[in-house]
Design a protein around this ligand. Structure first.
Ligand code: HEC
Ligand code: HEC
Ligand code: HEC
Ligand code: HEC
Length: 339
């Protein structure tokens, strides 16, 4: 039997029947925090020394602006009031996703909005490794392709998220953009995730900062091959984090039903694509998800499935070049819709 015939009925059952969440009892599962380790945050001032163009571009984004604007937004005080919090900058709920925190002695303080390190990882351990072309005499032009990969892989080992595996970056986006916090959504009234989030459309507009790849001052568009990889990596990361989010749902309600529907919707899109591309990693993720029961009080199963999707996502995106994924072009967003 063709494996897709096997996945399809399971998947539809998981999506159409079991998105109905039933009320459960309180469970202690908490989402992981998207916050960087504050003791390893170096700040964008550090990056600025060598990445001036990237910093200039970043300053045009809502990620930068949220640092100044969030506290002034009346919606923010409505949310903090409902949660019984006094200020957006002085609680570890809002700061998890809206700010970058840095340790200063015993204190941890907000130093920026969603910064370079929020996406690329707190940099203390890798900042002096990731840019080493191979000794003081080596240059960008003298570096071999193999050395470049070795340097970037080594940096990943030290906590960096870079272009060698875009799934690492995509995971981060979705860890914030699925808003995996039930109380924040159901009691605080925070938006239940960015429902139109899609990695290509959301990273190729104002967020894009592709200067390094050409070593020039122009912000080059990503190649179609790269966009295909990003598109699928984004959907897989969405599936991973929507599944994680369902794992923490304790009641029916806006949060639980939104994240469950989201997981269902994303899995169907991936399933459609898989019928065209027949990718082994995508198949692994879909088979794992097909057994998911999207309901409350099922955290253990759902977290195990999310872990499996994560492994599939990492394997998919590792040094992927996208040349064989031309079929994905049919799903890519129109550049007019880039955020
Ligand atoms: C002393 C200079 C220097 C500093 C400081 C620096 N970088 Fe870099 N960075 C580089 C160089 C050089 C490269 C390699 C560019 C190339 O590919 O030729 C690079 C590449 C990168 C890449 C792309 C890696 C890839 O996947 O191709 C990222 C992401 C990055 N830096 C992030 C940061 C962040 C975040 C900071 C601040 C915490 C930072 N860098 C600080 C010099 C620096
Ligand atoms: C899990 C991550 C996460 C946490 C925690 C979080 N936010 Fe957000 N917040 C987001 C994301 C992502 C958006 C962007 C949503 C979009 O536009 O798609 C956002 C947008 C907002 C907005 C603008 C949208 C609107 O409703 O007007 C406000 C205000 C806001 N957050 C307030 C808060 C406050 C206050 C807290 C703390 C009580 C908080 N957030 C905690 C992720 C988070
Ligand atoms: C919202 C998340 C996000 C933020 C914030 C962010 N980046 Fe990136 N960065 C990305 C993504 C996504 C890519 C593209 C990855 C790819 O093509 O695989 C990228 C790529 C890069 C690259 C490689 C670009 C190239 O041409 O290959 C560099 C260098 C870089 N970022 C540095 C920075 C610096 C410095 C900052 C802060 C000023 C920063 N980034 C802020 C998500 C982010
Ligand atoms: C640490 C949490 C965090 C991470 C990581 C993150 N974001 Fe965001 N993002 C936010 C928050 C919070 C907002 C809303 C800011 C506000 O309105 O105050 C936002 C807003 C945005 C917006 C503007 C949305 C709009 O409607 O205008 C885009 C686009 C975006 N993010 C793309 C991305 C992409 C792409 C990635 C990954 C490459 C990413 N983000 C990673 C937290 C995050």
């Amino acid at each position: 039997m063709n494996p897709f015939d096997r996945i399809a009925p399971l998947l539809f059952a998981a999506v159409l029947l079991e998105t109905v969440l039933y009320g459960g009892f309180e469970r202690g599962l908490l989402g992981q925090s998207p916050q960087c380790d504050p003791t390893k945050v170096m700040t964008t001032e550090t990056c600025l020394r060598c990445h001036g163009n990237e910093v200039t571009q970043w300053k045009k984004t809502p990620h930068f602006e949220t640092f100044e604007n969030l506290a002034k937004n009346p919606r923010a005080s409505e949310i903090t009031d409902k949660l019984g919090l006094t200020s957006v900058k002085r609680n570890d709920i809002c700061t998890q996703c809206h700010y970058t925190m840095q340790a200063e002695g015993d204190r941890i303080k907000p130093i920026a909005g969603v910064s370079c390190e929020s996406c690329h990882g707190a940099s203390k351990d890798w900042v002096n490794i990731h840019n080493d072309y191979g000794g003081p005499l080596a240059t960008r032009d003298s570096e071999s392709a193999a050395h470049r990969l070795e340097r970037l892989d080594k940096s990943v080992g030290l906590g960096m998220r870079n272009t060698t595996n875009v799934y690492l970056i995509a995971r981060n986006c979705l860890q914030c953009h699925t808003v995996p916090n039930e109380k924040l959504v159901n009691i605080g009234g925070h938006v239940a995730g960015s429902d139109s989030f899609e990695l290509v459309a959301w990273s190729q507009g104002v967020v894009r900062h592709n200067f390094a790849r050409t070593g020039a001052t122009s912000n080059t568009e990503s190649t179609p091959e790269r966009l295909r990889v990003m598109y699928i990596a984004g959907l897989l990361a969405d599936l991973e984090f929507s599944t994680r989010a369902v794992a923490t749902a304790t009641t029916k309600g806006t949060y639980g039903s939104t994240v469950a529907e989201r997981a269902g919707r994303v899995s169907l899109r991936l399933f459609e694509i898989q019928q065209e591309i027949h990718d082994e990693h995508l198949e692994r993720a879909l088979i794992a998800f097909a057994s998911a029961q999207l309901r409350t009080d099922n955290g253990q199963q759902l977290l195990a499935i999310a872990d499996e999707i994560q492994q599939a996502g990492l394997a998919f995106a590792k040094n992927a070049d996208g040349t064989e994924l031309a079929a994905v072009d049919a799903w890519l967003p129109n550049p007019r819709n880039y955020k």
